[in-house]
Design a protein around this ligand. Structure first.
Ligand code: ADP
Length: 530
């Protein structure tokens, strides 16, 4: 019964801890996940919590049973002879001397070994993931990575051995004290019997020595528990360090959930930085009216993705505001807000599962027809139809059994199914070849034309589909307007056009048609401004 209870309590404590930690981590901002080592997160969720479980499993019942044994043994001794009982107890405080030291040592070693554990988990996580392993193979770094892993692993076993040995001398000291007790008792008993003629018998002294053994045993166990407890504080600390990280992006207490939204987005004097010292966005103001589309262009690293990250509150502004339908996004219910925004990024993430499962992630109650329709709109149905298992085809880890373009189009189907109020395409086509890109372009064009959308783009054809173009440079809006207006300005946009867009244009199919669109009635080979 006791065993069952112990296990039940320990398992449920860790069960609750894990669930709470998972929930807490889910509330952490992107900042947390981009900054912290993955191995660190995994160790805390697994071995730190398991370590706590090991301590908790026997601690409570052991404290109870040992305390009862201790009290009974002491009462029995005092009843037999109070003087000898005192002699036996007098050395007990000595037992506690090494406890703190042993506990502290184990605390330090546990801390160190868990840090190495973080490192080991980090290496595993990085090098045994699909992308990590690809990098290892292509750079021929197998040996290097193995050695790195082996080294960390060796450090860990070294620390583990040290840690279990750290308790040894502590036990030796305790055993020594334990044997000193009976000696003292025989000595004091003998003196009492011979010198003071007390009515003590040899039998009484033997009984007292036996009782003393009974008393020291629980004292030893309790001190061992104390050492274990001090050690486990290292684990608790690591766990609570995480629990203590404040939630950065939280639902406001008075969060509102509007009944109907149109989709107007307004940025007003937005300033933002990832790290205090480096301002990324400076005084960004623009309006995206419902039903319209904006293209954001600019050199790499100028802050384009950062701007769109602020809309679904992946980060909050430092100053200024981002409003959605006139309501500050920080005031909107977070789930509601994120339901209104659909983002397709360059680095598409599909979960390991079937295409259908990945689509249902966006809309769990979607019918098969709705899914097929979304896949058709995303220009991927032809491909899926040809697959033996159709929509039940497995996509593999991170969707890596599919090509970049296929993955991207499935992620577009996922967004179409989600049907958000605002669509955001963050360089959705930049990593693709021109044929894949054309298919994606055809899929997103109708969305750009009919829905409220923001597109971060580096291809001219995408940019041209938008109603307005914002040119971002060094975190500010350097220019804004239509393609023609911007070209005439001879500024950043013109420069980008000459270095990036026009090159892409030549690569594309249907150049002349596009050029006609750009240059209007002018002949394609005559630059507009001449
Ligand atoms: P763009 O989309 O225009 O290429 P980003 O918005 O991704 O640019 O990045 C703007 C700047 O912010 C870059 O200098 C980049 O180094 C920095 N940055 C981006 N993400 C983070 C992050 N999570 N933490 C710290 N700095 C970041």
């Amino acid at each position: 019964g006791e065993s069952y209870l112990n296990n039940w309590i320990a398992q449920h404590i860790t069960f609750d801890m894990r669930n709470q930690m998972y929930q807490h981590l889910q509330k952490m901002s992107q900042r947390f996940f981009t900054t912290n080592n993955q191995g660190d997160i995994i160790t805390r969720m697994t071995s730190d919590i398991d370590g706590v479980k090991a301590v908790v499993t026997n601690t409570f019942s052991s404290i109870l049973s040992n305390s009862i044994t201790l009290i009974i043994a002491m009462i029995a001794m005092f009843q037999k002879n109070w003087i000898l009982a005192l002699v036996g107890i007098i050395i007990v405080p000595l037992f506690t001397l090494p406890t703190r030291k042993a506990g502290k040592k184990r605390w330090t070693l546990t801390n160190e070994s868990q840090q190495v554990n973080d490192e080991v988990n980090g290496i595993l996580n990085e090098t045994l993931s699909v992308s990590g392993q690809l990098l290892v193979k292509l750079f021929g770094k197998e040996k290097y990575e193995y050695e790195r892993y082996e080294k960390a692993n060796r450090r860990m076993i070294g620390l583990n051995i040290k840690e279990s040995m750290a308790g040894r001398w502590f036990r030796v000291v305790l055993t020594t004290f334990t044997s000193v007790g009976p000696m003292l008792l025989y000595l004091a008993g003998g003196i009492l019997m011979m010198k003071y003629n007390s009515d003590l018998t040899i039998g009484d002294i033997t009984v007292l020595v036996a009782l003393l053994g009974r008393m020291y045993m629980p004292v030893n166990s309790l001190l061992n528990i104390q050492v274990e407890w001090i050690r486990s504080m290292a684990l608790f600390k690591r766990i609570f360090d995480y629990f203590d990280i404040p939630v950065e992006i939280e639902n406001a207490k008075d969060a509102v959930t509007p009944d109907k939204v149109t989709g107007d987005v307004v940025f007003e004097h937005v300033e933002f930085s990832y790290e205090e010292s480096k301002k990324i966005l400076k005084d960004i103001s623009f309006t995206l009216n419902a039903g319209k589309s904006i293209a954001i262009v600019g050199p790499s690293g100028s802050g384009k993705s950062t701007i769109v990250n602020l809309i679904p509150r992946l980060y909050d502004v430092d100053s200024g505001s981002v409003t959605f339908d006139g309501i500050d996004v920080r005031k909107l219910d977070l789930k509601f807000l994120r339901d209104q925004v659909g983002v397709v990024t360059q680095d598409t993430y599909l979960f390991n599962g079937t295409i259908k499962e990945n689509l249902l992630y966006a809309k769990p109650d979607a019918t098969e027809e709705a899914m097929v329709e979304a896949l058709k709109k995303a220009n991927i149905w032809d491909f899926i139809e040809k697959q033996e298992k159709g929509i039940d085809t497995e996509v593999g880890n991170r969707g890596l059994k599919l090509s970049g373009g296929e993955k991207q189009r499935i992620s577009i189907a996922r967004i179409i199914l989600k049907d958000p109020t605002i669509f955001i395409f963050d360089e959705a086509t930049s990593a693709l070849d021109s044929i894949s890109e054309k298919k994606i372009q055809d899929a997103i064009d109708p969305i750009i034309k009919s829905k409220t959308s923001i597109l971060i783009a580096h291809r001219l054809s995408t940019i041209l589909a938008a109603d307005e173009i914002l040119v971002i440079k060094d975190g500010t809006i350097a220019e804004r307007g239509t393609h023609k207006e911007l070209l005439n300005k001879e500024g950043v946009y013109r420069e980008l056009y000459e270095t990036q867009f026009s090159k892409a244009l030549i690569e594309e199919d249907g150049v002349s048609e596009l050029e006609q669109y750009i240059w209007g009635a002018q002949p394609a080979d005559e630059p507009m401004d001449e």
